[in-house]
Design a protein. Structure first.
Length: 309
């Protein structure tokens, strides 16, 4: 069987999304190996797939594969791969570019900024692998769990890899209070090293990402920042609400499997050069009110109800 490699960006969301490419490669008769920094966490979610840590020696490892698909994350490894391709030491590389890059060549794929990543990945595979249009990524359904068993339970994921992407803690707490007043139960989902400061709220503990997936699968909704957990929830079929201060980024990176809504800035904010003058980057949260997020959540509930009829 032909061998294929997939090199993902560092985030959990990158891994989930690039499994769309793994699915398409498998359909074309390849045995894919997915290289990811969180390979141990992701592997239990995708039965029948091979995961591995990012290779220390890119040239030596990847020359053994018939085909290699790389998500360009502008990392040191990605730029090393560009150089190896340029000097013909690796000729089996195909790059998927979320945004334009001067290292793109014929045969690579540039995403459409108006479409979400999962849809772009489907289009990329359709073009480069000649497969049918599909966002399927073979995520394993949690065993012995009931889909949306607790329809009034809302999971809030208030963190992300980049603190500047996060809505304020006080805003999430105020939103949770409003939701509870409407008869919902609210659970906060954070990593083991993020629990400090979240005392006093329902804060379930999880041993691994598989347990997080099982908990989300039985919940009614997920609300959170632009993060991998939002993609996981959507991938499991759970309606999501994403809060983001970057309209351009969230248009491309929003969850794209289940029904979802996005709350972002009502108008562009500037990023002036200078100390603490990057308004969009450092102060966007104050321009997205709790009331606006709550109203958008109600719209999500109505839309998901119609969808499930």
């Amino acid at each position: 069987m032909k061998q294929a490699a997939i090199l993902c960006g560092s985030g959990i969301g990158d891994g989930l999304l690039m499994m769309v490419a793994a699915h398409h490669l498998k359909k074309k008769g390849y045995a894919p190996t997915i290289f990811h920094h969180h390979h141990k966490e992701l592997a239990p979610l995708f039965e029948g797939y091979t995961f591995a840590p990012h290779p220390a020696n890119l040239e030596e490892t990847l020359k053994a594969f018939d085909r290699v698909i790389v998500e360009n994350d502008n990392s040191k490894a990605a730029w090393e791969l560009f150089d190896l391709r340029d000097v013909k030491k690796l000729t089996n590389l195909t790059f998927f570019f979320p945004t334009p890059c001067r290292r793109m060549v014929e045969g690579d794929f540039l995403f459409d900024p108006k479409k979400p990543i999962a849809s772009n990945l489907s289009a990329a595979c359709q073009k480069t692998l000649k497969t049918d249009n599909s966002k399927e990524n073979d995520l394993s359904i949690p065993k012995e769990k009931t889909f949306r068993k607790h329809p009034k339970r809302i999971v809030i994921h208030p963190t992300s890899n980049d603190p500047k992407r996060n809505w304020e803690k006080e805003q999430f707490l105020a939103l949770a209070a409003r939701l509870e007043n409407k008869g919902y139960t609210v659970s906060f989902c954070v990593g083991p090293n993020e629990k400090k400061g979240w005392e006093g709220v329902d804060l379930p503990s999880f041993k691994n990402l598989q347990e997080v997936a099982a908990y989300i699968y039985e919940s009614g909704f997920l609300i959170g920042n632009d993060s991998g957990i939002g993609h996981l929830a959507s991938n499991l079929g759970i309606p999501t609400l994403t809060i983001s201060g970057n309209p351009k980024r969230v248009r491309l990176w929003r969850p794209d499997w289940a029904i979802g809504k996005v709350v972002t800035l009502p108008f562009p904010l500037p990023n002036f050069k200078g100390i603490n003058m990057r308004v969009r980057e450092n102060h966007w949260q104050r321009f997205i009110s709790v009331g606006k997020v709550f109203k958008t959540f109600q719209e999500l509930v109505d839309e998901s109800s119609r969808h499930l009829l």
